[in-house]
Ligand binder design. Structure first.
Ligand SMILES: [Zn+2]
Length: 445
């Protein structure tokens, strides 16, 4: 049975599902710029969850939204075209780019991928109910959620409202009754969508509550996202949905740890922002996926070239190990096949224990030799890694060898030494070449 840590309690809990029908909602991107490695990590983590749940025969409906209307998109359109109303062109461009990267990283498409602009009526109806129930109020053309009408506010992030006020950079807005009240509808003089409160557009948080309600009704089995979304985004989603429906919004809240680059938080101001496009142009996407799987999804992941270089070597080793039984389309494996052997049982148990990929890889690498001694077992493990870990294990393309004049000269010197049967010199030159990163293989005569 699969256990997952619930952010609400900090404890692992079994995944419950109604007749194995399971709803999974993961907050998606705002496509106003290229997706970065933080997005890569988040969607690899929940792709692993999606694959594992499917393997365990849950009937998963996985929803990942697209925020295609937002301040950031409007700013990007204004900057690029001098016309904020061309924000859909920005959204489409960066969303296409994102999809390409998701596919390179072997991240499966979610079951549904709704755009906010397709759900404006759901959002308006949701806000209407909140106003009716006294949880939201209108001022001028804006609508705000009143957090004092929802006593559990802060229960997800474990904060008291006084601390939130002190800690959060609360925007100065005299219109709000409480500085922590957040916007549900942003009034606009012209354009966007008509509503009972005048023209406008939705705030960020309400979209997820409205789309979750559209696809799943009053509650979710698993709601997931990056750690940085706990507050305020998920706290606000929870407040909206629970105020509307009066039941617990999500059975399990799941959050992946953040990515640091050279031990610093990734941020535009520090200039250490790495896009997925950049990293997959330098490293094979399967090496990037493998690298992230070496961390537990909840732990912070440090991203640097040394780490990726070493992940490349280990992944290459794994590919070679898999090659004798590798098949592009691996045979169907099932839970009962995995339970046939104590080793595969151990591997599956590691993943079922809160997606413990480091433990999985530890058991795997300890037993590589043993596994290859049994063809059936070897086939099963390779197919499982392909199917559930999403590592395709296909042969990595050979890198084109660029030989500098210095390297060519060293190779020529070594050839000469070999011709003169000066083995000592030939070996010393081989060592020298190795130190410079070149492995010399002599063809058999
Ligand atoms: Zn969300």
């Amino acid at each position: 049975m699969l256990h997952i840590t619930n952010t609400m309690t900090g404890k692992k809990q079994p995944v419950q599902a109604n007749n194995k029908n399971l709803s999974l909602y993961v907050c998606g991107i705002t496509p106003y710029a290229s997706a970065h490695i933080g997005h890569g990590r988040c969607y690899i983590s929940f792709d692993l969850l999606f694959r594992l749940l499917t393997f365990l025969q849950y009937k998963v409906t996985y929803c990942r939204n697209i925020t295609d209307i937002d301040d950031k998109l409007l700013h990007a359109a204004e900057a690029k075209y001098g016309d904020k109303m061309r924000y859909q062109e920005i959204a489409t461009y960066f969303f296409d780019q994102f999809k390409k990267q998701m596919s390179l990283l072997n991240i499966k498409n979610p079951t549904v991928e709704p755009r906010v602009t397709e759900h404006i009526q759901d959002i308006i109806a949701f806000i209407d109910v909140l106003i009716e129930k006294g949880h939201a109020y209108q001022i001028d053309g804006d609508v705000y959620f009143a957090i004092n009408t929802y006593p559990a506010y802060g229960s997800l992030s474990g904060q008291k409202t006084e601390h939130m006020l002190a800690g959060a950079r609360v925007e100065v807005n005299d219109k709000k009754k409480n500085p922590l009240d957040f916007v549900l509808w942003k009034g606009e003089q012209t354009g966007f969508w008509p509503s009972p409160w005048g023209n406008g557009r939705p705030g960020w948080h309400i979209e997820c509550s409205a789309m979750a309600a559209h696809f799943f009704g009053d509650r979710l089995d698993i709601h997931a996202g990056g750690l940085d979304l706990i507050f305020p985004h998920h706290e606000n989603e929870k407040a909206q949905s629970e105020s509307r429906f009066g039941v617990s919004f999500a059975d399990c809240w799941m959050h992946n740890g953040l990515v640091t680059v050279n031990h610093e938080k990734m941020s535009k101001s520090v200039g250490n922002f790495i896009t997925l496009e950049e990293v997959t142009a330098t490293y094979h996407p399967m090496v990037v996926r493998y690298y992230f799987l070496t961390f537990h999804y909840k732990a912070p992941a440090e991203f640097n070239n040394e780490g990726l270089d070493s992940a490349f070597k280990t992944y290459e080793r794994l590919v070679q190990w898999a090659s004798p039984v590798w098949n592009k389309n691996p045979s169907n494996i099932t839970c009962s096949i995995m339970k046939k052997h104590s080793l595969t049982q151990k591997l599956l148990s590691a993943l079922c224990d809160d997606l413990n990929t480091p433990a999985f890889l530890g058991i795997l690498f300890e037993n590589l030799k043993l596994i290859t001694q049994d063809t059936q077992l070897h086939q099963t493990v390779v197919a499982f890694i392909q199917t559930v870990l999403g590592l395709d294990l296909a042969a990595l393309p050979e890198k084109e060898l660029v030989l500098t004049a210095e390297i060519k000269d060293l190779i020529a010197q070594r050839e000469k030494a070999r011709a003169l049967k000066d083995w000592k010199k030939a070996d010393a030159l081989r060592e020298l070449l190795l130190a410079k990163g070149y492995v010399v293989q002599d063809k058999k005569q």
